[in-house]
Design a protein around this ligand. Structure first.
Ligand code: NHX
Ligand code: ZN
Length: 676
């Protein structure tokens, strides 16, 4: 994976080579500077001249470098005058020196000593001697060492940036190159459409894109234009990237994959340069597919007020992308796929015809899809032979494909931890609990008193959800601490296409039931219900502001689905704000009172559930059923399963009929015309 083909490899190397010349140039300049900026003037003299100067007291200091056999004398003012070195460079007072080669290094100290004796005798100041170990070269090193180290560090950094998986376009001097990873014949993904479970409709659409690339003439002959781009939209983990990978695996054309955030860099203009480079690369390789994951990183709607300014760079990148997509003709075989989970936040210009004109929705998997997804992941896992996959799918309402993969893996881990031969139902249940609720914390110390309150709270949830029409079907109730929660009632939420008002009210009633039970049966309330209250309040607010379901503000939606903030200005008046608040409070109060009255009505059953909870810590749907009796209302999930079964048997019946009757008559022949 991630190996770039030769062509772009060459392209990436050239600038790096050029850089070496630049480094050399810079180093040469520094050397030059060293020689010019040396603040001393040095004159080379022969030994006799040097000796004369020393004896005359014209030297104040001698530096001896025994290794190179050089002695340098720092001249006094008079000495400098004598040597004609008195000119100061640019008015800066500098040290003037004379330099000579020493005839015999080992006798130099004796010589200097004798000169000094003579100077002292004449009443002149002594010369100080300084032996320097290093040669000129050593000095140079001390001077340039730090700079050199810095350069090595920079080179190392730029090397590292260009390295790593994907390799392409790295290095601080290659910022303008696109970072696309390329999959082609030599290194393709081994994902195919078979690995994509569920997503039936999305698969059809995307298979058509593969068709466009494989035989474009079929479409162009009829005058159809081949679309330039398709947007995969859906919540995280639903398999957008997987779909794209499957396209790569199936199409048999090169596939350039990169993420929207790859365009983002701190330097100005880099994003746009990368977009340009990407499309250039794509055109070279046409027919091919470009896949941009998380396109919202660049494609978010451009700001309305330009003086904000902070996102200029992203806008440039987006503009460049729009231009590029307009720029290439529709029939040159480049199709751009992009994935996002927030299509509503994307700039409208990206979505107009000629750019990403097709949107492929990749939704959370439905029940039957989840069965398929489970089957795909269970292929790799050694499971107990009688694992009920359908039941697993029922218990994972609202899970994405990635979540299901996680469940399967977690279940296998749990089974392995317990030294099991195969992964069984309990492991899957534990895995689901773990993923939804976090780690179990049996070590948390809970007093009997607290246990009683927790059980009261949870039994309240259980009772209400059982006794309301739209209450979610209960799976189990537990008072074993898990994650941040001390106890929980677990439901298998029902996937409804349309949610009636009453369903929202019942849900709120169920969420308030914990607090209500505390009030009714304990006579005091605690802090624990904060999360319940938060969810309830959000739901009540959504009812008023989003669904237009309140009495005083019916049919009004103040929700902004484009994701752009109103900032400080609200689209409604102060009076309306007050009305909203009043309605939210009214709805919550009503449901709270309702919860309390239901709890009072079923007080004995509630108390039975509570006591059972205290005793067993975990109770299941059947236990609650034994106390409260079977629910009056039909579960929608059951209905769906019935519908699915009916459809399946219908299909089978038709198939059987087709295969038996296909020889007898040709159903494709239209009935003969009747001439009057
Ligand atoms: C605390 N936790 O924070 C303790 C440890 C009322 C019996 N002092 O409503 O556990 O009080 O029906 C996600 C999930 C906060 C976010 C659970 C944020 C729990 C849970 C506080 C049961 N079950 N409350 C519940 C609970 C608590 C809390 C959460 C969260 C309790 C209640 C937590
Ligand atoms: Zn609760």
């Amino acid at each position: 994976m991630g190996i770039l083909p030769n062509k772009s490899n060459n392209r990436n190397k050239r600038p790096v080579f050029g850089m070496y010349w630049m480094y050399i140039l810079i180093i040469a300049c520094l050397f030059g500077l060293y020689y010019f900026q040396d603040s001393s003037q040095t004159k080379s003299v022969d030994w006799t001249e040097f000796e004369a100067a020393a004896k005359n007291g014209e030297i104040s200091k001698i530096e001896v470098m025994p290794e190179s056999g050089v002695a340098i004398g720092v001249l006094t003012k008079e000495g400098a005058k004598k040597q004609n070195l008195q000119d100061d460079i640019r008015g800066v007072e500098t040290e003037k020196k004379i330099k000579t080669t020493i005839p015999s290094t080992n006798k130099i100290q004796d010589k200097i000593d004798s000169w000094n004796e003579q100077l002292v005798a004449e009443g002149k100041p002594e010369m100080s001697v300084n032996y320097e170990k290093g040669s000129d070269l050593m000095k140079l090193f001390w001077y340039f060492g730090p700079i050199l180290l810095m350069f090595i560090f920079i080179i190392y950094l730029s090397r590292r940036m260009s390295g790593g998986p994907g390799g392409g376009g790295g290095g601080i001097f290659n910022v303008g190159k696109s970072k696309a990873r390329i999959f082609d014949k030599d290194n393709s993904t081994d994902v195919t459409f078979k690995d994509v479970a569920g997503l039936a409709e999305a698969k059809v659409e995307i298979e058509e894109i593969v068709e466009f690339l494989k035989n474009p003439q079929r479409y162009t002959e009829l005058g159809a234009k081949i679309p330039k781009g398709a947007l995969l939209v859906g919540p995280p983990g639903t398999g957008k990237t997987l779909l794209a990978k499957a396209v790569a695996g199936e199409a048999g054309v090169p596939f350039l994959s990169l993420s929207g955030s790859d365009f983002v860099e701190m330097f100005v203009g880099v994003g746009a340069a990368r977009v340009r480079d990407l499309f250039k690369q794509a055109k070279d390789k046409a027919p091919c597919i470009v896949f941009i994951d998380e396109i919202d990183a660049v494609g978010r709607a451009r700001g309305k007020n330009p003086n904000m300014g902070s996102n200029d760079e992203r806008e440039n990148t987006l503009n460049q992308m729009l231009t590029e997509m307009d720029g290439f003709g529709s029939n040159n075989g480049v199709i751009v796929l992009a994935a996002t989970n927030r299509a509503d936040m994307l700039d409208k210009a990206l979505l107009r015809p000629g750019r990403f004109d097709r949107q492929i929705y990749v939704d959370l998997p439905e029940l039957s899809d989840r069965v398929e997804i489970f089957n795909v992941h269970l292929r790799r896992i050694k499971t107990n032979s009688h694992l009920d996959v359908e039941q697993l799918a029922r218990q994972t309402q609202g899970f994405s494909g990635a979540d299901i993969a996680n469940v399967c893996n977690e279940a296998a881990l749990i089974a392995a931890r317990n030294n099991k031969q195969a992964v069984d139902w309990d492991d899957f249940m534990a895995a689901i609990d773990r993923i939804v609720g976090g780690l179990e914390k049996r070590s948390r110390v809970i007093t009997d008193d607290e246990k009683f309150s927790i059980a009261t709270h949870e039994a309240g949830h259980a009772t209400i959800s059982w006794m309301t029409e739209y209450g979610n079907p209960l799976v189990k109730v537990t008072i074993v601490p898990r994650g941040r929660a001390l106890g929980a009632a677990w439901y298998a939420p029902e996937a409804r296409q349309i949610i009636p008002t009453q369903a929202l009210l019942d849900t709120m009633c169920g969420m308030l039931a914990g607090r209500a039970a505390e009030e009714v049966f304990l006579g005091k309330i605690g802090t624990g219900a904060s999360d319940d209250l938060e969810k309830t309040t959000k739901l009540a607010r959504a009812m008023v502001m989003m669904y237009g379901m309140s009495e005083k503000l019916p049919n009004i939606n103040y929700n902004d689905s484009t994701g752009q903030d109103y900032g400080f200005t609200k689209p409604y008046s102060e009076e309306t704000a007050k009305l909203i608040d009043d309605e939210v409070i009214r709805i919550i109060n009503e449901q709270y009172e309702r919860a309390k009255s239901i709890l009072r009505e079923y007080a004995s059953q509630h108390n039975q559930i509570r006591d059972l909870l205290v005793k067993k810590e975990v109770i299941y749907n059947e236990d609650v059923k034994a106390i409260l009796g079977p629910r009056q209302w039909k579960s929608r999930t059951d209905e769906i399963i019935e519908i699915n079964k009916k459809e399946e048997s219908n299909r089978k019946a038709i198939e059987a009929k087709d295969s038996s009757s296909s020889d007898d008559s040709d159903p494709g022949t239209p009935p003969p015309f009747n001439k009057d």
